[in-house]
Design a protein around this ligand. Sequence first.
Ligand code: FE2
Length: 365
Amino acid sequence: MNTKEFLTINGTDYVEFYVGNAKQAAHYYQTAFGFQPLAYAGLETGIKDHTSYALRQGKIIFVFTTALTPESPIAEHCKQHGDGVKVIALWVDDARQAWKETTNRGARSYFEPKTIIDEYGEVVMSGIHTYGETVHIFIDRHNYFGPFLPGFKKWEPAYRPAETGLLYVDHIVGNVGWGEMNKWGKFYADVMGFEQLISFDDKDISTEYTALMSKVMANSNMRIKFPINEPAEGKKKSQIEEYLDFYRGSGAQHVAMATDNIVETISQLRARGVEFLHVPDSYYDTVIERVKEIDEDIEVLKKMRILIDRDEDGYLLQLFTKPVEDRPTVFYEIIQRKGAKSFGKGNFKALFEAIELEQGNRGTL
Ligand code: FE2
C-alpha cells in the first residue's frame, strides 16, 4: 500500500477548545465571528462533568468545552494551558483503520476505536496524541444524521448574529518546543503519510529581534495542512517562545479560516470587535511593487489593513487577529486565496514586527 493511501482524510471535522467558560466562549464566537449555534451537551443531556457547545460557520465546526468539576482532566488542561485547542478532529472514511494504521506506525493512542449510537445513527471514533497535549480524533460519521455527535442535542437559542463569510479551515499551525520541528514533521510524514510542502528557516522568518523556523506538512488531497513552528535563536524572545511559555508547552497556535470576500469579512469582524494585528501605513508603500496586479482596490485593502502576498500560482490576502484569550497564545488568520497555495512568506517580516510591537507592550519581548 502506498503510504499516502493508508489514511484517507476528507477534511477537518471539528476543532475543540477546552475553555474556562464555554457558555461565554460560545457567545463570543457567535457575536464576534458569526458562528451559528449547532448543538449542546451538558447537564440537561445527561452529562455530569462537562458542558460543550458546538457552533458552525460554513464547513467550520468549533466546540467549546468546560469542566463542571475541579477533578476533571478538562479543568486541569485549562489550569495548565489556559483556553486552548485540545482536539483537531479529522473526517475519515474509516476511523478503525485510521487508528490501526497510525498506531502501528508509532502514534500514541488517545482512545481505541469505539462506536457511539443514539437515535440519529452511529459514529465511529478513535484518537491519537500529537504535539503537547493536543490530540487528533478520527471521525467516521457516514451513518450519522444527528445535529453533531451522539450525546449532543440541537442548540437553538433565539440569539443569532449573522455569519461573517468564513467558509472552511485552511490550515492549523502548531508551535512546538526548541529542536522539535523535525520530530513532528517526521511524525506527520511517518505516522499519517503527510508530505512536506514547504519549509522556512530562520533566514526566511526573522526580524532584527526574533526568529522562527517552520515546516508545512499536508495530506495527499491537501485538505489538511499543518505548519509546524519552532523558535529560533534571536536577539530577543520570539513569539513562539512567548507562546510556549504561556501555553506551558507545545500546542495549536492559529487556525486559518478561509473566506471568498476578505474585505467584507474583515470589515464585519472589525465592526464586531475582533482585534487584528496592526499593519503600518508603510506596508502599503511597497506592497504593489512586490505583488503586482491584483483584482482588489489597494486603497480598500489599506483601509482594512489586509496583507497581500504572491507566489508562482497566484496571490493571497490575509490578516491575523490578536490572541483571543488573556494568555498570548491562540489567534486566528483570515485568508482569501486567489490561486496562491503558499502561506504569505512575503508578509512574515511585517507580521513579526507587528507581533513584536505587541510583545513589547506585554513586556515579553
Ligand atoms: Fe497561517
